[in-house]
Design a protein around this ligand. Structure first.
Ligand code: CUA
Length: 338
C-alpha cells in the first residue's frame, strides 16, 4: 500500500474509533442505555449518509448531463420545477427527521429519570466537586455511609439508582459505554439508573466545563459480579486498618500532626475533614487526584508536596514542610490504608 493511502486507511480507522482510546468507544456498549444511544447514532449516521450521497449524486447528474441549446429544448415548465422544491425541500426532510424523532422518543424510554423529591433512597449519591467525583453509598446494616472518590463500583446485571448533585458548579456525569451525559447541578438532584450488562471497567469524564481542571476530572465505573461487589462494599464499610509496620505507624503520626486531617477523613481515627477525598481505603484505589494519576509511591509523594504543579487550582495545597523520612513514612501509612 502506498504511504498516503495507508494514511487514509489509518485516518478512517481513527474516525470509526471515535478518535479516542478504545476504552471510551461508544459503539462498544456495556449496558442497555448506551446501546440505545449507539443504535440511534448509527441510524442518524445512515440516514444522513444516505441523504448526502443522494444529494451529491444529483449534483453530479446536473453537472454531467448532456446539455442542449435553447433551440433544441422547450423552456422547463415552471410548475414542474416548483413541485420538486416541495418534494426535496419539505417532504423528504420531514420524513427523515420524523423517523429519527420517533426513534429518539423510543430511545428516551431507556432513560428513566426524575428530579428531586423521589421518595426512595438512591443506591449511590454522586457529588461533583472541583475537580473530582465523590460517590456516597448509603448506610448498611450497622454501619454508616461510605464515601469513595472517582472509582464507583456497581454490581453487574442490577439497575443502580444514582442521584447526581454538585457542591460548587455544574458538572456532567458521562460514562460513554453505559449512559449519556447527565448534568450535576448545584441545588438540584437528578436521578439516573445505570445498568452494566457485563463486568468491566468503564471510563468516564466530566462533560461540562467546570473550571481549569475540568479535563482532569475523571471517573470510572467498575462493574463486578454481585458477590464480589458485596465483598468490596463490606470492605469499604470497615474503618481504616491499624498500621502494622513502624514506618506506617510513624506515618500516621505525621499525617495526624500535619494539615491532612483538616480536609481528609480516615474513619476510625480523629481525621474527619470533609473537604477532600475520604482516605479510609485509599490504597485500594488505582487512581488519585480525581483520576489524574496512578496511585503509586512516586505520584503520591509528588501529589502531597506539589499538588499545585500537578493539578494547578485544585484545593490540595503544596505541603513542602515534610522531611524526607517523614514523607516516606507518610506514603507508607497511606499505602497501608487498604
Ligand atoms: Cu467537572 Cu467539568
Amino acid at each position: 500500500m502506498r504511504s498516503h493511502s495507508r494514511a487514509l486507511v489509518l485516518t478512517l480507522a481513527l474516525a470509526v474509533a471515535g478518535c479516542d482510546s478504545p476504552q471510551n468507544y461508544m459503539g462498544d456498549t456495556g449496558g442497555p442505555a448506551a446501546e440505545q444511544l449507539a443504535n440511534l447514532g448509527w441510524q442518524a449516521l445512515l440516514a444522513f449518509g444516505a441523504a448526502t450521497l443522494i444529494t451529491w449524486g444529483l449534483i453530479l447528474w446536473v453537472a454531467l448531463r448532456r446539455r442542449g441549446t435553447l433551440a433544441e429544448h422547450a423552456p422547463i415548465d415552471a410548475d414542474h420545477g416548483q413541485a420538486w422544491i416541495l418534494i426535496g425541500g419539505v417532504a423528504i426532510p420531514f420524513v427523515v427527521l420524523a423517523v429519527l424523532f420517533i426513534s429518539m422518543l423510543d430511545s428516551l424510554a431507556a432513560f428513566p429519570m426524575h428530579h428531586s423529591g423521589a421518595s426512595n433512597r438512591p443506591d449511590i449519591r454522586l457529588t461533583g466537586q472541583q475537580w473530582w467525583f465523590e460517590a456516597e453509598y448509603g448506610p448498611g446494616p450497622g454501619s454508616h455511609q461510605v464515601f469513595v472518590p472517582t472509582e464507583i463500583y456497581i454490581p453487574v446485571g442490577r439497575p443502580i439508582e444514582i442521584e447526581l448533585q454538585a457542591r460548587d458548579v455544574i458538572h456532567s456525569f458521562w460514562i460513554p459505554k453505559l449512559h449519556g451525559k447527565v448534568d450535576l447541578v448545584p441545588g438540584i438532584s437528578n436521578r439516573i439508573r445505570i445498568l452494566a450488562s457485563r463486568p468491566g471497567t468503564y471510563e468516564g469524564q466530566c462533560a461540562e466545563y467546570c473550571g481549569v481542571q475540568h479535563a482532569q476530572m475523571r471517573l470510572r465505573v467498575i462493574a463486578l459480579p454481585e458477590q464480589e461487589y458485596a465483598a468490596w462494599l463490606a470492605r469499604q464499610r470497615e474503618p481504616a486498618s491499624e498500621p502494622t509496620t513502624d514506618a506506617a505507624r510513624q506515618g500516621r503520626e505525621v499525617f495526624m500532626t500535619a494539615a491532612c486531617p483538616l480536609c481528609h477523613t480516615v474513619r476510625g481515627t480523629d481525621a474527619r475533614g470533609r473537604l477532600g477525598p475520604d482516605l479510609t481505603h485509599m490504597a485500594s484505589r488505582e487512581l488519585i487526584a480525581g483520576g489524574a494519576f496512578r496511585n503509586d509511591t512516586a505520584n503520591l509523594q509528588a501529589w502531597v508536596t506539589h499538588a499545585q504543579s500537578l493539578k494547578p487550582g485544585s484545593r490540595m495545597p503544596n505541603l513542602t514542610d515534610f522531611s524526607g523520612p517523614d514523607l516516606q513514612a507518610l506514603s507508607a501509612y497511606l499505602q497501608s490504608l487498604r
